[in-house]
Design a protein around this ligand. Sequence first.
Ligand code: XIL
Length: 300
Amino acid sequence: AGTLGAQAAQSGRYFGAAVAAGKLGDGTYTGILDREFNSVTAENEMKWDATEPSRGSFTFSRADQIAQRAQARGQRLRGHTLVWHSQLPGWVNSIRDANTLRGVMNNHITTVMNRYKGRIHSWDVVNEAFADGGSGQMRGSVFRDVLGTGFVEQAFRTARSADPAAKLCYNDYNIENWSDAKTQGVYRMVRDFKSRGVPIDCVGLQAHFGAGGPPGSFQTTLSNFAALGVDVQITELDIAQAPPTAYANTVRACMNVARCTGITVWGIRDSDSWRSGENPLLFDRSGNKKPAYNATLTAM
Ligand code: XIL
């Protein structure tokens, strides 16, 4: 097939992009989006600071723009993200009472998931809960500090009740290298959840890579998570300087793992990227396909 989405669909997978509501008026941008991609993630619009900037007052206008546009074109939607220490409004960060924070977290999850109920194939229920470095433990955050590490389980249980049809994902970065302590920490959590029946369906590996691309163990990491009985997804792919081989290796690893169900790149053109100085995406600033585009298409 001649496009990323159609090629991925041949093996039952999706190929998505992160989309910004503010760019939907740019015809070059939407031209590529609609031609190439069959899944969409809101780059910022479904985050807590965007959807519940003050307690109990929800604003969905920009998220709705992205969701409605995607739906009208038959593109699938990924939900990103419900519980995250970053892009979190100050009013949440300053809660110190556990019962209050638990109620606030559950209400946020339920309200946002209800808004898009039945329309999101996978939700990043919790994003980036683990610490960098060698500890293999959860990072400090208002959620961990006030609720304890059990906040992750609580979030997944609440999410399952809110939209039973959505796949519930744990999403993180730097969990691509199998031997890293952070990868091992996430692996142990997922294994524990599966053994105790805590609802979790997928692990999202962000895959924000340096120019060397994925670590040599990347496919092993995908397989090992999948062997726990969850799907895996590459959720925020970008690679410094976009070497074609680095993209091909990333995509091949997913294709080689049956439970790797889809790939999302974190933006469309290099100029759209949060790492735009590194030119990490598949289309250049004019919207032309880069060599990494052809390598990606060929690898599927
Ligand atoms: C980034 C967005 O791309 C930027 O526009 C925003 O300023 C900061 O967040 N991990 C994630 C994404 O889960 O939500 C982040 O997105 C990139 C890192």
